[in-house]
Design a protein around this ligand. Structure first.
Ligand code: MSP
Length: 666
């Protein structure tokens, strides 16, 4: 029987455009949801936008728009970005939607009818930024959360009897130590609640951008009661159809940033207890993404947009970086340098390289079919890889399920490095040259072992990097990774004789210009996709939707490309080392060219223009980041650049001055 699993992100304020701080929470939840789906759990992943309250009303005013217009636009930007990033949410809730409004009013009535709401007058300080009633005294007193000056509020409103829940909450935190994770947050909450709880004002009457209080529409519901309720209104609480609510509630985890712990761990369980509803099973708080040493936020003006990273390195790179680099639960710094460094070391040179070298060798030495390992040729080195892979499967799962993503990934990448070393030490290329039976058996064993370890890392990493791992899976001839049952992952499942697909690089190396490009894009705020729309209805799983196409920057006229588009083409100087004709193909030459850091095989259509011997030693220009393709059974890793006159013979691009190998043309 499959288990149900319900996970939520906070719903994001629409006073500002999304940035990678928001993406961080959503990516973490997406990764967890994907792992649960792979484990066969009936998973529901909710995200959305928080659109009411004074802060949003003022932001709309400042933008010269009505609150509805403004929230429609920014909410659509969040959703468009999540779609572009392929985030697999099952539902997107907006607090301005009718279904949410009905659910909030139903919750209010329930709490009221149970005797936990009364009318009073609030006189004191309020922080509009955090939408928080503050205990501080005197006009302008700083908010304890954000330190901004608070505003004095004097109004009649409704109160919630929060004080009635103090003992129950303390019992909850002590009897269920996992209710709040990590422990540091639990201790903070415990001491806050032990310090005494005062009743909470839960309506406002001096502005109108909110959900009207049932039977008293002069008041709107306090924005945090409104927002927290999204976790149940999205499941149909208070509507005629309670099937989702009955199936998925209580949530298995509410994932939040550490600054909203009090709202989730004190107010929310108290509201639910007052309504007689089950409590979520757990609340996990992560730390902040810092940029230039402080919390990334619009008000500090230090945000980085996800679109920039997605445009230059792809979504998987951002996902991997955030989960590998930041210790989940703690604050972590973001920098473009660290991102590119991680990308190159762990993805381009790590998993990407392991995949392409292993699969290329199987293609070359075994006609693209997974070879049969020989028991007789089995060595301690093979066994060590097998043992490491088995241990990785077990440890990765345990760490991941504790949300220790960076340690889980460290374990999986430990296996990647072990296999790399194993390949270097066992020299399959040398075994291939020997051609005797024993070497052939050894070659088969080494490549089988490498491919099996690659399969295991790929399956484990799929929730973290869905796109690249799906590609590797196809290249391994294993079909659609989404249908793979992760509970069955074990060593030795790679079927002998599996026919590989076409081998292509999944993580092309990024050079230094990647950092500059991203920095420039952020300075100029170019690129990106956020589009404007007004659809507030629930959405089907995003896997069913095609990802939104990247939009060209508006400033670029039709038919032109941006400098960033050009920069994607990696032109480099290379020297021809080997040149020979390709049998049966009049136009093709097989070349080996030296890029200074590596020697590559290319297949070029220049045989009618050049005798192979005349090319040896010649410096040429190649497109170095072209996806590999096969011509006449030979893999071509790049393209040689030539002037190609209509009807005439190609003329190779070359230099009058001497240029070092590998130099980039820009
Ligand atoms: N609307 C409320 C949440 C209501 S949930 C019932 C809110 N919105 S928010 O947009 O300000 O922030 C929401 C979440 O975004 C944070 O809790 C956190 O998960 C994430 N982050 C926003 N900035 C962040 C960083 N700089 N770093 C990490 N996460 C950040 O609070």
């Amino acid at each position: 029987m499959s288990k149900k699993f319900y996970i939520t992100t906070p719903i994001y304020y629409v006073n500002a455009r999304p940035h990678i701080g928001h993406a961080y929470t959503t990516i973490a939840c997406d990764t967890i949801a994907r792992r649960h789906r792979m484990l066969g759990d009936d998973t529901w992943f909710l995200t959305g936008t928080d659109e009411h309250g004074q802060k949003i009303e003022r932001a709309a005013q400042a933008a010269g728009k009505t609150p509805q217009q403004f929230t429609d636009e920014v909410s659509a930007q969040f959703r468009a970005l999540w779609d572009r990033m392929g985030l697999s949410y099952d539902d997107f809730i907006r607090t301005t939607s009718e279904r949410h409004k009905q659910g909030v009013q139903a919750l209010w009535r329930k709490i009221r009818d149970n005797g936990y709401i009364y009318k009073g007058t609030y006189s004191g300080q309020y922080c509009v930024f955090d939408e928080l009633y503050v205990d501080a005294v005197g006009p302008g007193a700083p908010c304890p959360l954000c330190e901004r000056p608070t505003e004095t509020v004097h109004e009649e409103n409704y109160y919630f009897k929060l004080s009635a829940f103090q003992e129950q909450l303390i019992r909850l935190y002590t009897e269920q130590p996992d209710f709040i994770r990590p422990e540091t947050r639990r201790n903070e909450v415990l001491s806050f609640v032990r310090g005494g709880l005062r009743d909470l004002s839960i309506s406002r009457s001096t502005f109108s951008w909110g959900i009207p209080v049932p039977d008293d529409p002069k008041h709107v519901v306090y924005v945090w009661l409104d927002a927290l309720a999204n976790y149940i209104t999205a499941l149909g609480y208070g509507s005629a159809d309670a099937s989702k609510f009955n199936k998925y509630w209580p949530a298995d985890v509410h994932m939040i940033g550490k600054e909203i712990v009090r709202f989730h761990c004190v107010y929310w369980p108290a509201f639910l207890l007052a309504a007689g509803l089950p409590l979520p099973k757990g609340i996990t708080a992560h730390g902040w993404l810092l940029f230039e040493e402080s919390k990334m936020s619009k008000s500090r003006g230090n945000i980085v947009r996800a679109e920039t990273i997605v445009d230059v390195l792809g979504t998987d790179a951002l996902r991997y970086f955030l989960l590998r680099e930041v210790v989940f639960g703690q604050d972590g710094s973001f920098s473009f340098d660290a991102l590119v460094q991680r990308y190159n070391s762990d993805l381009a040179n790590g998993l990407g390289n392991l995949a392409s070298r292993t699969l290329t060798m199987i293609t070359r030495y075994f006609k693209g079919e997974v070879p049969y390992p020989s028991h007789a040729a089995h060595t301690a080195a093979d066994q060590a890889i097998e043992d490491a892979a088995k241990k990785a499967v077990a440890d990765f799962g345990t760490l991941f399920d504790e949300y220790q993503f960076s340690r889980a990934l460290e374990i999986a990448w430990g296996l990647v490095s072990a296999v790399d070393k194993y390949i270097v030490e066992n020299e399959p290329w040398a075994l291939d040259e020997k051609k005797d039976e024993e070497s052939r058996a050894r070659l088969a064993t080494v490549l089988y072992t490498s491919a099996e370890a690659l399969r295991i890392v790929t399956a484990l990493a799929h929730p973290v990097m869905p796109t690249a791992t799906a590609k590797i899976w196809v290249q391994m001839g294993l079909g659609d990774i989404k249908t793979f049952d992760l509970t069955q992952l074990q060593w030795g499942q790679l079927h002998l004789g599996t026919k590989l697909g076409e081998v292509q690089a999944v993580f092309p190396r990024a050079d230094k210009s990647a950092v500059e490009r991203m920095q420039k894009m952020e300075e100029q705020k170019i690129g990106g996709t956020a589009s404007v729309g007004t659809d507030a209805s629930p959405v089907p799983p995003s896997e069913a939707r095609p990802p939104a196409a990247p939009k060209a920057s508006a400033a670029i006229p039709d038919g032109k490309i941006s400098i960033d588009d050009f920069a994607k083409v990696e032109l480099r100087v290379a020297q021809v080392k080997t040149a020979e004709r390709v049998k049966g193909a009049d136009k093709l030459l097989r070349l080996e060219v030296d890029l200074g850091t590596e020697v590559r095989q290319l297949v070029a259509g220049i045989a009618e223009a050049y005798e192979p011997e005349t090319l040896i030693g010649r410096k040429v220009v190649i497109v170095a980041n072209l996806a590999p393709r096969k011509l006449r059974g030979l893999e071509s890793n790049g393209m040689i650049v030539a002037a190609s006159p209509e009807g005439g013979k190609p003329v190779l691009a070359s230099f009058l001055e001497d240029v070092p190998l590998g130099t980039r043309l820009k």
